[in-house]
Design a protein around this ligand. Structure first.
Ligand code: 1OR
Length: 345
């Protein structure tokens, strides 16, 4: 555990079998654990993401007992974590079993830059600031506000902690140990990485990135599927959460003017991207983006966008002028050219 952090390994409360009939798998594991006395052991493992899935069963499973109340809070916090979306039910349950509560006091540093990675953290509550030493100065580079997760980089890339993360006002985190993270998340990620890498190779703005940088974008991308007509981004929204690539299907951009008249600006298909403008300019969303038919997108959260697409931002900024022209055209009621950002295929 990182120095300076206060960790609460919450003790299990007395559990009555009748109270949790829905979680039989959990109980079965608990009984098995008691029967065979299996202990957790955390090793400085290397990992092979392409290892056969059958090997998975041979590996030690970590179970940190929890009360019903804790498990419910844990599930609620984890439901918002995109990284967990691609896990099947069994994998997700194994992750839930292994996670443990980590209560922070104000000012605690949960992660220290340069340390070895021990855990991945999901935020249940509290604000957390991220600091990084840049040119000798310890600068605040990001913050998390009562949601999100952090600490994946050191575990994913077997690297020292890239930044320091500390609790501002105290709060509750859920920690997942390195061994389980590598065994389940990194392995599940390998399949996704291959899928996204192929797609990203053909995305024009990413051509300036090195291959390993593209790989990191692939790792950070999460799939989101939208039904026909579903609103992906709402004009005026100040919640700047994600940046999107269109992977399959089509999206349309609609501007609602001051008289509440809606005007379609343009459409984008596979290879196009959207959502960067508000993130770059730190302004409310400029138009509404919705799906035309079922549309599959890959998205990056705002931290990953900042961290990984920094080198591409200059190219994206060029589109700001293009957007302004498109909006101008629409506002002056001239039909918009079928132009799209230079990144779209
Ligand atoms: P980690 O395992 O390296 C520190 O431990 C965590 O802070 C890291 O994983 C990320 O989850 C999280 N650069 C590096 N790490 C960041 C950053 C970041 N933001 C959050 N983390 N930024 C780039 C700074 C030049 C800030 C991006 C907004």
């Amino acid at each position: 555990m990182s120095s300076g952090s206060k960790v609460n390994f919450e003790q299990p409360e007395e559990e009555d079998d009748e109270d949790m009939p829905e979680d039989e798998e959990f109980l079965r594991r608990m009984r098995e654990k008691q029967k065979y006395g299996r202990r957790k052991s955390v090793s400085a493992e290397g990992y092979d993401p392409d290892k056969d899935d059958e090997d998975d069963d041979a590996e030690e499973r970590i179970v940190n007992p929890k009360s019903d109340e804790q498990r419910n809070r844990l599930i609620a916090a984890c439901q918002k974590v995109l990284l967990f979306n691609r896990l099947d039910k069994d994998q997700f349950n194994q992750v839930l079993d292994a996670m443990f509560e980590h209560v922070c006091q104000p000012g605690d540093s949960v992660i220290n830059e340069g340390d070895d990675g021990d855990n991945f953290y999901v935020i249940e509550s509290g604000n957390y600031d991220v600091y990084k030493v840049i040119n000798g100065d310890n600068l605040k580079v990001a913050s998390y506000d009562n949601k999100g997760s952090f600490g994946e980089l050191a575990l994913m890339y077997n690297a020292p902690r890239a930044a320091t993360v500390s609790s501002v006002d105290g709060g509750t985190l859920w920690a997942l140990d390195r061994q389980t993270y590598v065994r389940i998340i990194v392995r599940a990620n390998a399949k996704k990485r291959r899928m996204y890498e192929q797609f990203l190779q053909n995305v024009h703005i990413l051509q300036t990135l090195e291959e390993f940088e593209r790989q990191k974008v692939a790792d950070a991308m999460e799939p989101k599927e939208f039904e026909d007509g579903e609103i992906i981004i709402q004009q005026g929204d100040t919640k700047l959460d994600y940046f999107y690539f269109v992977m399959e299907g089509e999206v349309k951009y609609v501007l609602t003017d001051d008289d509440d008249v809606e005007k379609e600006i343009k459409r984008d298909t596979a290879g196009g991207y959207f959502g960067e403008l508000a993130l770059i300019q730190d302004k409310p969303r400029a138009v509404t983006v919705s799906s035309v038919g079922v549309t599959k997108c890959g998205c990056l959260d705002v931290q990953a966008f900042e961290r990984l697409l920094g080198p591409c931002k200059e190219i994206m900024k060029r589109n700001v002028d293009l957007y302004a022209k498109e909006l101008e055209q629409v506002s002056s009621k001239q039909p918009a050219e079928a132009s799209s950002p230079e990144t779209s295929n």
